[in-house]
Design a protein around this ligand. Structure first.
Ligand code: GCW
Length: 728
């Protein structure tokens, strides 16, 4: 009864908050990083009040209206006063927010040099002295730049930065900043751990859930400008008129926030919903079908982004079903979208059921020969690593080998292999590691970030995609700290050179508190969290040893699945002689896919970074590590270190109790308790299993398991969340 009442109360709160007129407190976490907490520092409060005394805001478009409403919301809440908007741009204002055409000539002159630096979607925020007045000018070349500038200004204030002498030009370094939802039409979410899909297809197009607007706003606040609504394991029905009408309604909601809609296109759609008997990309009727479909979509959604396609991968249909290749398939769709400036995003996550080559090599082998053969509006979307979103993988070798093809990097924000939404893992640390990796394609300094932002090869279209971790949970992402991964993805898509520490700090200040006594330790906890998960799940280059299907918890013993590369035993190759996957010149030769000097460096266990050791090498249990420990001891100690790191995180959080609300504290405390329990589960299950091969005692310092291997093997989770439907 009590629970029911609490739920009703929460629902009530949300409903109240939906009406913009009612001022009320959202349930914990619903506001994400945008709660616009009142500025408590009195001196700063005074400075901000002065600086925002009277505001001219140009608002002659939908986007600018949204921007003005945001400014009003932010200032009212942080400064506790209703902002005073004036009707003319006369320079008696203390803030002027407008595009160049609406700026006074003397202001234009003063900001000209900086104005010229603003790129597409970028903005300028500059404090100028105009006669005896201080004026803050926020300007941009496009409406969307103004909206991004407003969000930035508010964030600067939320993190207590002084505005007195601000001079900030910022332009996104990547053009397409895209969320991929793996949402099914029945509202389940593949690999989703935060409830159901936000898209309520049954009630669309008439019913516009306030969440759609709040979602778009949150995305715009971090610069995300595109969303693909549906699962890459696609259902062709999304392309039928009944669903397109609903997609159109969502596109209309997202447009004022600068967000374009993409859809996943099932390759066999011409058969399934078009009545054709083939989907062969060289068949004229099939080509015509896609052209008609593009016409139909653009007549509803003139700024439709395009199609995201998973083809010939894990049972999805594709051009190879007709003896054609990826270029035939992608270019056929690209031709249909070209007249409307639409893109085809073609995924490179492929591995074949008929190919027994090392899975880590297959995408590279399949795609590299096609470099330069795709049409201009085809972008190839490549996961950050060559296997599959593991806690740690070396960067995907394709990033060092496709100079003529726009490569979008795909990160997974949802934590399929990182403890679902139960574990606190700050992913920008992982993203940063990949982006900073050097491909050496054009010598030292040819980082993945430079490949992705197009600067290495002067690519015109650039993109970064993140598989969303968003669902209907009250706080959107399940774990409150998983919000930081959505936030961090957006920030890195905007600027792939940002440091994860900066991102953690920004997020903590906006979400929780400005108090350095809170921020510093909490930041340390976040930064530690990524290495912790690597240590307690997959240390020293181990990978894909997750229990099968759902990927919840350890399953290094699983070896009975029909395809070899579905079995963890395929990846760790543990036996009496040692452990690890031999990808050297005498093994699968995957090291050859990297440029020199990486190729040789990875190939030799003495020069291979230890964090990738067992990714590239099969080594004896008594192989000596850099710290003089044997490999067996090293593995065991890493597992223990992972557990210790979670204990450290948990203690850190306990010490931060006084800086946050009880609710905020308790929520994360309980989750950390589960994380600690599960870190121990990983350690004990993996070490007991590997010990059956190493036949060695656990080294000193590693806690003894409290359960047997048989017990761990007996654990089954038929209802673990996010399971994907069987595909063959
Ligand atoms: O890692 C696998 C996931 C699948 C996913 C696939 C992909 C959408 O387990 O659930 O399918 O990757 O990225 O296509």
């Amino acid at each position: 009864m009590k629970l029911k009442f609490t739920l009703l109360k929460l629902v009530g709160i949300i409903i109240l908050c939906c009406g913009t007129k009612v001022h009320c407190q959202s349930p914990a976490g619903y506001d994400l990083w945008l709660p616009y907490k009142k500025v408590e520092d009195l001196q700063l409060l005074e400075q901000y009040k002065q600086a925002t005394r009277s505001i001219y805001f140009q608002k002659n478009s939908q986007i600018l209206k949204v921007a003005q409403a945001e400014l009003k919301k932010g200032l009212s809440s942080m400064l506790n006063q209703t902002p005073n908007f004036t009707a003319s741009s006369l320079t008696s204002n203390s803030i002027i927010i407008a595009k160049k055409s609406a700026l006074e000539q003397d202001i234009v002159k003063m900001v000209k040099a900086d104005y010229d630096q603003i790129g597409p979607e970028g903005f300028l925020i500059k404090a100028i002295q105009l006669k005896d007045k201080k004026v803050l000018v926020l300007t941009a070349k496009e409406d969307i730049g103004i909206l991004y500038g407003v969000f930035r200004l508010l964030r600067l204030m939320q993190s207590h930065k002084t505005l007195n002498s601000i001079n900030l030009v910022d332009t996104p370094k990547i053009a397409l900043r895209l969320l991929n939802h793996w949402d099914n039409l029945d509202r389940t979410v593949e690999r989703g751990y935060a409830g159901f899909s936000l898209w309520n297809w049954q009630k669309l197009p008439e019913y516009i859930d306030q969440r759609y607007i709040d979602y778009a706003r949150a995305n715009a606040s971090i610069g995300i400008n595109a969303v693909s609504l549906t699962n890459v394991n696609a259902n062709a029905l999304i392309l039928t008129p009944m669903y397109l009408e609903k997609v159109e309604a969502l596109a209309n909601v997202f447009r004022p926030y600068g967000i374009k809609v993409y859809l996943t296109a099932r390759f066999s759609a011409p058969i399934e919903i078009g009545g054709l008997n083939t989907a062969d990309p060289l068949n004229v009727e099939v080509q015509q079908w896609w052209e008609n479909k593009a016409n139909e979509i653009y007549s509803r959604i003139p700024d439709f982004g395009g199609f995201l396609v998973k083809a010939n991968s894990e049972g999805q249909p594709g051009p190879q079903n007709y003896g054609r290749n990826h270029v035939d398939g992608a270019n056929m769709m690209a031709r249909a979208l070209q007249p409307f400036n639409g893109n085809v995003i073609w995924r490179a996550f492929v591995y074949s059921e008929y190919d027994d080559t090392d899975r880590a090599k297959q995408a590279y082998d399949e795609f590299i020969p096609y470099d330069g053969k795709f049409l201009n509006n085809v972008l190839v979307q490549t996961k950050n690593g060559a296997i599959d979103f593991q806690p740690r993988e070396p960067f995907h070798p394709m990033f060092g080998a496709m100079p003529k093809t726009p490569l979008i990097i795909e990160f997974q924000i949802t934590q399929e292999y990182l403890g679902f939404s139960t574990h606190l893992v700050f992913l920008p640390k992982l993203f940063e590691e990949v982006l900073n990796s050097d491909t050496y394609r054009k010598g030292e300094g040819s980082t993945v970030a430079k490949v992705v932002d197009g600067s290495l090869d002067e690519k015109k279209i650039t993109g970064m995609a993140g598989v969303a971790n968003i669902g209907t949970d009250l706080n959107w992402t399940g774990h409150p700290f998983a919000q930081a991964n959505w936030y961090g993805f957006g920030r890195l898509a905007w600027d792939p050179y940002l440091s994860s520490e900066t991102i953690a700090e920004e997020w903590l200040q906006a979400t929780y508190s400005n108090n350095p006594k809170f921020v510093e330790p909490a930041k340390k906890m976040m930064i530690t969290s990524r290495e912790a998960v690597v240590n307690y799940m997959n240390p020293l280059g181990l990978h894909h040893i997750f229990d099968t299907g759902h990927h919840y918890g350890p399953g290094p013993w699983v070896n009975e699945l029909s395809r070899p590369e579905w079995n963890p035993t395929y990846y760790h190759q543990a036996d009496e002689n040692g452990i690890g996957f031999d990808r050297t010149f005498s093994g699968s030769k995957a090291t050859e896919q990297y440029a020199e000097p990486l190729r040789l460096q990875f190939n030799d266990p003495n020069t291979c970074p230890e964090e990738y050791l067992l990714w590239f090498h099969h080594l004896p249990w008594d192989y000596t590590l850099k710290n003089d420990r044997t490999l067996w001891e090293g593995i065991a100690l890493k597992y223990q270190e992972g557990v210790d790191q979670v204990a450290f995180m948990s203690n850190t959080w306990d010490n931060l109790k006084t800086y946050i609300s009880k609710e905020q504290y308790e929520e994360v405390r309980m989750l950390l308790e589960i994380q600690l329990k599960e870190a121990k589960w990983w350690r004990d299950a993996c070490l007991l299993y590997f010990q059956t091969y190493s036949k060695k005692e656990l080294p000193e310092g590693v806690e003894k398991p409290t359960q047997t291997l048989e017990y761990f093997k007996s654990l089954k989770f038929p209802f673990a969340p996010g399971i994907r439907p069987k595909w063959d």
